[in-house]
Design a protein around this ligand. Structure first.
Ligand code: CAA
Length: 283
């Protein structure tokens, strides 16, 4: 199947990164968000991120101009009906994602592939609420999307091979690497990464180390590019907590119990970089 137009639902951290790489790879992009401000901010951020790539010689001014001209923003889901592939990149809450799919499905063409950038929620369950479980799968990018090489591709129980192959060919065209994951809570990356981050929060909670010593230990002692608490702030503490809850509920094992300190930070609205405060203070 030839994919030319890609619809993206959500222009936040992940959605704008996905629009960035898809437009640079030559796809026409329809970028949807409920708020005009969010769409304007996403276009601005993409322009800045691409300008940085131009200044470092990774892409040309023409590449940047071409990519930005291939992106159309829209506040309505109706326009996404022209897409060959839709990637939902809304907030990590199942009810929100399901409501989006319900609104979107009546506008889609029969051949359109529907995917979710969910970092943890069951693909099979999301697919079952649509009219096309065989054309539904997980398409999970890592943050920051323009930099990270991996895309997890997750088949739901009903996903057919043409759908998987079409998504794999998009990943290939992006020059990224696909990892195929089965549909179990949090798939591969977050099944491994989030318990490590949660353990770092427990290490802080129990007073074993300070924020700085936990992060520098993992950076200098395990060669991680970011410490686990810095990375949690980068991902968003609400997202980290949501993923831990999916692991805890889905695998019913106390080893996935979210640290009470993580819960408390989220309840305080200290969500990391996006709210200027998390384990670090960015104000
Ligand atoms: N868009 C485009 N380019 C970007 C970018 C962005 N948003 N952010 C960084 N870059 C580029 C920079 O331009 C720079 O490019 P060059 O190599 O050409 O110079 C390169 O990335 C490195 O950036 P910096 O020099 O500014 O900073 P750095 O060396 O400290 O690296 C980092 C920044 C790439 C984010 C690095 O710290 C890192 O890899 N951190 C770990 C990130 C990670 O683990 N991500 C996965 C999170 S888990 C996830 O996403 C799954 C989930 O579902 C929660």
């Amino acid at each position: 199947m030839d994919i030319k137009t890609i619809g993206i639902v959500g222009a936040g951290q992940m959605g704008n990164g996905i629009a960035h790489v898809m437009s640079l790879a030559g796809y026409d992009v329809l970028l949807n968000d409920v708020s005009d401000d969010a769409l304007a901010a996403a276009m601005d951020l993409m322009s800045k991120n691409m300008a940085r790539q131009v200044s470092r010689g990774k892409i040309t001014e023409d590449d940047k101009a071409g990519a930005l001209s291939r992106i159309t923003t829209t506040q309505t889901l109706t326009e996404l009906g022209q897409s060959d592939l839709v990637i939902e990149a809304a907030t990590e809450r199942e009810a929100v994602k399901q409501a989006i799919f319900e609104d979107l499905v009546p506008h889609l063409q029969a051949h359109t592939i529907l995917t979710s950038n969910t970092s943890s929620i069951s693909i099979t369950r999301l697919a079952s609420r649509t009219d096309r479980p065989e054309k539904f799968m997980g398409f999970h990018f890592m943050n920051p999307v323009p930099v990270m090489q991996l895309v997890e591709l997750i088949r739901g129980i009903a996903t057919d091979e043409p759908t998987y192959n079409a998504c794999k060919s998009v990943v290939d065209k992006l020059g990224k690497t696909a990892a195929s994951a089965e549909d179990f809570p949090a798939f591969i990356v977050n099944r491994i990464l989030m318990p490590m981050i949660n353990e770092a929060v427990y290490t802080l909670y129990e007073g074993v180390g300070s924020v700085q010593s936990i992060d520098s230990s993992m950076k200098l002692g395990a060669n991680h590019p970011m410490g686990p608490l810095e990375l949690a702030d980068f991902i968003g503490l609400d997202t980290c907590l949501a993923i831990m809850n999916v692991l805890h509920d889905g695998l019913a094992d106390t080893k996935y119990r979210p640290c009470p300190l993580l819960t408390k930070y989220v309840e305080a609205g200290w969500l990391g970089r996006k709210t200027q405060r998390g384990f670090y203070d960015y104000r």
